[in-house]
Design a binder for this molecule. Structure first.
Ligand code: ATP
Length: 510
């Protein structure tokens, strides 16, 4: 039921004025992140409905995703709600298949199922759905507004449709422009800062990791993260997602070791109603949830061989077929796989498919264990302590030199998580705001290193901790650090080089 009637709006000029104002705001103020939110705010104001939602339709897969909704007091402006596929919800399906607006002025006793709308104490009474079209006249979205009162927005359906279509066209334009800019960018030349990756560490080993992340960020390559348990594989996967072009879409993690085979299959690929006993409704898989975004397959080495074959098909064809479905559908997902296992050796033993291994290892990144990150232990410890203090609602803690000395001389094996837990415990234990060796409770080094070390080695260890600490306090400023230590700047530089202290991110301020 397209709205061809002449307008019956009570104040048509005021409506036209407000509409024009919103068109201008969408055109001038809207960027990729804010446009959907602005659009639903506009619809809320123009329709005077409590709820307004903007759905975006993927033309290649037919998926219908809710990209913004406005519900004052319950949801913030333009809150994206989830990445579920809504194309099969009755009212939305009606609009998509008939390519026409649907206006239900009183939902009481209606045959339409509206359970997908946010649940409210007072039920939704009226609902209007408007199809949105692109320049080629194909449906690329749906606008929905709902009210808890009996209400008709019939008279502004046409203008809402124009506004929503304009917003989606603007969005597509901005996305195209960004993709073009990303393609123009020479590979890796605009390496985001380490801070942007949310990773801590300035050792040579971590520098190499940052370099590799920067290289792969703006490519569609599949990344294989390998490293010992707790070395930060998931943190790196998040960094690749968040600093890359898919950051506005979902980042989904699935641990392949945590589920039995059948369950893992239905989680990843989804299923159709009736596919097996208990499958009472269609269920979208994680590939669908991650559509447009990134899927981290953690512990990939534990994926059963039969599923490895299915995963290979997704990687090759870009299609998934849910359990019980007669056809496959396209998905656009960046795959990152992570493992602590030696997949090469597993291939040799026949427990991992060779073809999948090569497909996943298109761009491998080996994460260094903590023992190879010279100088990072203290940086990580300070950061973890600060976060723990904040989480506990305490003032930031200070570090005693003896505790720092103990930390830096302890032979941490590889696990950053272990260091994090140790520091969090120390923060909780220290009552006077200063972390002491007793709070760390580190076991004596194996082989009693300290006793075996020469006096010179032990002094160097203490000096190292002292210099790093002082540099940190002076935020990397070597002139100020030298002044505080009462030595010439040249002497400081010499000692830093001799003790191989990385300056890394802590840049000089002057
Ligand atoms: N470079 C880093 N900077 C900041 N935090 C880190 C870093 N590396 C690891 N961490 C922290 O260490 C912990 C373990 O990291 P993460 O879960 O990413 O490791 P993992 O290798 O995926 O572990 P697993 O093998 O158990 O899956 C997390 O709390 C994470 O925040």
């Amino acid at each position: 039921m397209r709205d061809n009637r002449s307008t019956q709006l009570p104040h048509p000029l005021a409506h036209a004025d407000a509409l024009l104002g919103w068109f201008i705001r969408l055109g001038i103020d809207g960027d990729e992140a804010t446009l959907p939110g602005l659009c639903v705010a506009a619809v809320a104001q123009l329709s005077q409905c409590e709820l307004s939602q903007l759905y975006w339709r993927d033309e290649s897969t037919g998926r219908l995703e809710l990209i913004a909704q406005h519900l004052p007091g319950v949801l913030g402006l333009g809150d994206p709600v989830c990445t579920e596929d809504f194309q099969h919800e009755q009212v939305l399906h009606y609009v998509l298949s008939h390519q026409t607006a649907l206006s239900l002025e009183d939902l009481t006793g209606s045959v339409y199922e509206c359970g997908f709308l946010p649940a409210m104490a007072t039920p939704w009474r009226a609902l209007t759905c408007v199809p949105l079209f692109n320049r080629g006249k194909a449906i690329n979205g749906v606008l929905l507004c709902a009210s808890q009162r009996q209400k008709s927005v019939h008279d502004c359906i046409a203008s809402l449709g124009q506004l929503g279509s304009f917003a989606l066209m603007q969005l597509a334009l901005l996305q195209r422009r960004r993709s073009a800019e990303n393609l123009d960018r020479p590979n890796g030349c605009t390496l985001p800062s380490r801070a942007a990756f949310g990773l801590i560490g300035s050792s040579t080993a971590m520098d190499e990791t940052y370099r590799l992340i920067g290289k792969v960020l703006h490519t569609p390559y599949t990344v294989l993260l390998r490293g010992e348990t707790g070395t930060g594989k998931e943190v790196v996967a998040r960094a690749i997602h968040s600093a890359g072009p898919r950051s506005s879409k979902a980042f989904v993690v699935q641990n392949c070791a945590a589920f039995p085979e059948g369950l893992l299959e239905s989680e990843l690929f989804g299923y159709r109603k009736g596919a097996f006993t208990g499958a009472e409704r269609n269920h979208a898989g994680l590939f669908d949830t991650a559509h447009g975004g990134t899927l981290l397959l953690d512990e990939i080495g534990d994926m059963p061989l039969s599923l490895q074959a299915k995963l290979l098909r997704v990687l090759q064809e870009g299609e998934v077929r849910p359990l019980g479905a007669s056809a496959a559908h396209k998905v656009d997902v960046r795959i990152i796989a992570a493992t602590h296992r030696d997949l090469g050796a597993m291939v040799a033993q026949g427990s991992f498919r060779e073809d999948l291994y090569y497909r996943l290892a298109q761009f491998p990144i080996e994460l260094p264990p903590l023992r190879e990150r010279d100088g990072d232990v203290l940086l990580l410890a300070r950061e973890f302590a600060q976060k723990a203090s904040t989480a506990l609602g305490r003032e930031p803690v200070a570090w005693s030199n003896a505790a720092l000395d103990q930390l830096s001389s302890h032979a941490f094996p590889g696990n950053v998580r272990e260091l994090k837990c140790l520091v969090e415990r120390a923060v909780l234990l220290c009552d006077d705001g200063v972390i002491l060796p007793a709070h760390l409770a580190l076991p004596p080094p194996p082989g009693n290193d300290c006793v075996d070390a020469t006096l010179r080695q032990r002094l160097e260890r203490v000096e190292r901790v002292f210099l790093i600490d002082c540099l940190h306090k002076n935020r990397g400023n070597r002139t100020r650090t030298a002044r505080e230590l009462g030595v010439a700047r040249r002497t400081l530089l010499y000692r830093l080089a001799r003790l191989k202290i990385p300056i890394g991110d802590v840049r000089e301020e002057c």
